[in-house]
Design a protein around this ligand. Structure first.
Ligand SMILES: C[S@@+](CC[C@H](N)C(=O)[O-])C[C@H]1O[C@@H](n2cnc3c(N)ncnc32)[C@H](O)[C@@H]1O
Length: 246
């Protein structure tokens, strides 16, 4: 079996796919290719994963050459026309019966309490007017239609809600604190709610991530799926956001 991990991962998770044969990781950005190759070399020195530069709009692979294609957190960079082209490319390189698995975030499921439950939704709506990849994230719930339109069969979409209740783990705070501080800067620049101010300082006592009665939710953000990535592919499939069979 040969799996293609499209697009390669800066976090080194590409090595997980080695369990299924000879995966090839790919990214359009040569710097990301170099980072991924270095991470894989460190974490999985003898896993035989190849990493190369390439564009999902024109995959550098022969027809019918893979049993599975995994595309994680990347379709947000494709406009509607490009998404059709990429899905056509995924289908072309898959063998008949091969599986495409796509993961993408669903920003409509981000909620942070205490505070306005619609704060993040308003943020994504406002940023989407300026930033294409945020706009494309808003179509995550409809991706299954796009797979069907591209000719995939047995398409299933499964949205994973990931919830955290206070006290939040240090991992959760360490990952989201800086990201939401950056979001707060953008939100305040766009003139959104002053409620963003407490997010500016990731270590601030007023930051909602530190609230004693805090709660956060996110959709299909990946952590919930990553720990299943070493299980055999058939068991992995129900965990992946979106799958379709060629
Ligand atoms: C959010 S990162 C996700 C990286 C990786 N898939 C992961 O899950 O960690 C998105 C990646 O998509 C890559 N990318 C964007 N457009 C692409 C394209 N047309 N072809 C291939 N890679 C692309 C970017 O260079 C970036 O490294």
């Amino acid at each position: 079996m040969r799996a293609a991990a499209v697009v390669c991962s800066r976090r080194g998770s590409l090595g997980w796919w080695a369990a299924w044969g000879s995966p090839v990781g790919m990214d359009v950005d040569e710097r990301q290719v170099a980072v991924a190759a270095a991470r894989i070399g460190q974490s999985y020195p003898s896993c035989g994963v190849q990493v190369r530069q390439g564009d999902v709009l024109c995959l550098p692979f022969e027809d019918d050459s893979f049993d599975a294609v995994w595309c994680s957190d990347t379709v947000r960079y494709l406009d509607d026309g490009q998404l059709s082209v990429a899905l056509g490319e995924f289908r072309r390189v898959l063998r008949p019966g091969g599986v495409l698995a796509v993961r993408e975030r669903d920003p409509s499921l981000v909620m942070v309490r205490p505070g306005d439950p619609y704060l993040f939704l308003d943020y994504y709506r406002a940023v989407a007017a300026h930033v294409a990849c945020t706009r494309h994230l808003l179509r995550s719930r409809e991706l299954h239609r796009r797979l069907e339109g591209a000719g995939f069969t047995m398409v299933r979409q499964h949205t994973i809600l990931i919830e955290h209740y206070a006290p939040l783990s240090s991992d959760v705070v360490r990952y989201r604190g800086p990201a939401w501080s950056q979001a707060a800067r953008t939100a305040l620049r766009l003139g959104l709610e002053p409620q963003w101010k407490p997010f500016l300082d990731p270590d601030g006592e007023q930051n909602p991530l530190r609230a004693a009665d805090g709660y956060i939710s996110e959709g299909c953000a990946g952590r919930g799926q990553r720990r299943h990535a070493l299980t055999p592919l058939p068991r992995l499939l129900p965990r992946i956001t979106l799958t379709g069979v060629r």
